[in-house]
Design a protein around this ligand. Sequence first.
Ligand SMILES: [Fe+2]
Ligand SMILES: [Fe+2]
Length: 139
Amino acid sequence: MAFMEWTEDLRLGIESIDTQHKKLIDLINALDTAIAAGYGNEALGKVLGGLLDYTIEHFSYEEHLLERCDYPSYPSHKAEHDSLTEKVEFLSHVFEQGQSVNTDQIMQFLKIWLQEHILDIDKRYVPFVKEKSGQLSQY
Ligand SMILES: [Fe+2]
Ligand SMILES: [Fe+2]
């Protein structure tokens, strides 16, 4: 069983976003697999770097979408994204420097952060984005 499973409650019903969230879960699982395989810090840093790059890509896609829809909670949503990005950037430095890390703690943090962000913060924009994109497609 994978470390983090995709479950139906994570589905937002916006296809591009759901696909990206699934990929984030895949990358978290890849990091877990690398840890279980006993990869060294440098190799783990690379896997984490891949997760970081894709996280940044997803966040900017989502932020662009929310901006286009004039989403009123855009600033606080972006602040959540920025704070996670900073944290993962910090972790990847820690790995690169070869410092000892509590991988269990890091994995739990990433899993819970993503779950809670999708279920709580991302879900709030769904009705708003659907309504706006419906209006946009009429023109
Ligand atoms: Fe988000
Ligand atoms: Fe998201």
